[in-house]
Ligand binder design. Sequence first.
Ligand SMILES: [Zn+2]
Length: 437
Amino acid sequence: MMDLISKLWLMKRELVSDGFDQALDSLAREIPMDIHEYPTGESCWTWKIPEKWTCQEAYLESLDGKRLIDYANHPLHVVSYSLPYEGVLYRKDLLPHLHIHPKLPDAIPFMFKYYERDWGLCLPQTLLDSLTEDAYRVVIHTTFEPGILKVGEILIPGVSDETFILVAHLCHPGMVNDDLTGVVVGLEAARDLLHFSLIQGQPYYTYRLLILPETIGSLAYLSHQEDLIPKMVGGLFLEMLGNASPHALQGSFQPDSQPDKCLSSTLRGLDTDGYLGAYRSVIGNDERQFNAPGVRVPMLSLSRVEPPESPTRPYREYHSSLDTPAIISQERLDESKGVLLGLLQAWENNQYIVNNFKGEVFCSGYGIWIDYRTDPEGHRLLFRIMERCDGEHTVADIATELNTSFQIVWRVVSLLEAKELVWLSRIPHPTDPRKRG
Ligand SMILES: [Zn+2]
């Protein structure tokens, strides 16, 4: 994953650009991928595909020709989708077009003006402070032209056409944790899913991993595949998976959905420091398009955003030139891949538990009795789980109701299944005689 990141991170990955295409092509060489193409100007519900943007060169220099900022040195030195500009300006007229990071004086900020057109350059505050001359020369050679927005899709066919969507964006030039880490973790997990190593067989659900430019990429895909939307039963957005924070799982717009209950109750068994946040309370990305009206896919997000009390939330180097490979590690990417696969494993396992038994189970007779004198908590939990095995509760429902982990409930259910006391169903199967008609 680190090798792939070092190859891709400095590419000029703008919404519609040669840099984005180049990065997507590199990824398509790693794993079978379909590439969807949407031309500039095409409607995507209330949006339109933007033009292709290219920056040929951009710099700021003193009037005696000393180059102070140069796009050739870092892709963040120019505002993404900046208008072209060339001229000599007084310092006071130049300053509104120069952008600095609000908190990191040594970093170049990530600035984009995709739809509100203007020109601009970005630089560290320390450099800005040294600009004391009366006038400077600005050269920004950028072009806007018709192009093709691209969305990469990795399809893992399941037994069912019910689909779980994974999404990561690829449009942050010169940065790593946001957004390349989500891309590579998703890609490596997809590779495992394709090789059936998740459940030693074909997964039940179909999985689609989308790699796209943020927001407009999701809108382009969804608006052109409306027939797939009813099959999308859940999803997970991925990014910021290489920094040192614990995993944060942000719920969907439908907090009582099965994906919310399943993934939330599973996280606690995968990252003991991991934490949960409500929809839009952790970080906002493409999950907004999937959760939105007319789509309503319960899509959560997984990231390593710092906890709410942190003053550097989401993480110190966010949207700056300090978001480099130095702030992430292969070990943390591997951990995140493990968490992602653990969540998907639980999603595959999450089913309705149907009782073959009536009344309370004669536990000693089946050899599953837990002695309340030596393990009172285990004894209580066994009974609380068993009384919910009625064909109307999934594993995730029970874990959520009992405020315990998916894994604990799954272990008990597996034991009951082995004793043929219960069976698992993808659809509700009520055994209450009143509900069975
Ligand atoms: Zn971002």
